[in-house]
Design a protein around this ligand. Sequence first.
Ligand code: FES
Length: 150
Amino acid sequence: MTMDRIDKIIDKYLDEEGVLIQLLLEIQRDFNWIPKEAIKRINERLKIPVSQIYRVASFYTGLSLKPIGRHLVRVCAGTACYVRGGPRVLDSVERILEVKSGETTDDLKFTLETVNCLGCCALGPVIEIDGQYHGKLTPASVEKLLSGYD
Ligand code: FES
């Protein structure tokens, strides 16, 4: 299944030169990251060295070698949020999603990050999900908030 999807994308670039970045961007768009299988397959089919593929994939910020969830959850770990209960909110998020900061859930639904300040300290504790800010959170309200995402 995954390999079929990868092969379909590679098929479009078979007879072209200098297509590695476009190809990787398309894989990134389709999978939301660059799976190892894709790197292996590009190497086999386009004869591009694995080292070159990794170099390009790690250089461009739009490309990720780690899975990224459909929703990016950024929990503020700044001082203002900390004193208003940020650590308990972060604990709840980690418990609910069963990941630590920097990790992605197995179902690729959420990626969790911590940040130093989201710039709206008066609303602390604050979480940003897909660019939307949610303030004055508690462990209970964060559970409800996360359950609203597909
Ligand atoms: S410290 Fe959390 S938003 Fe500033």
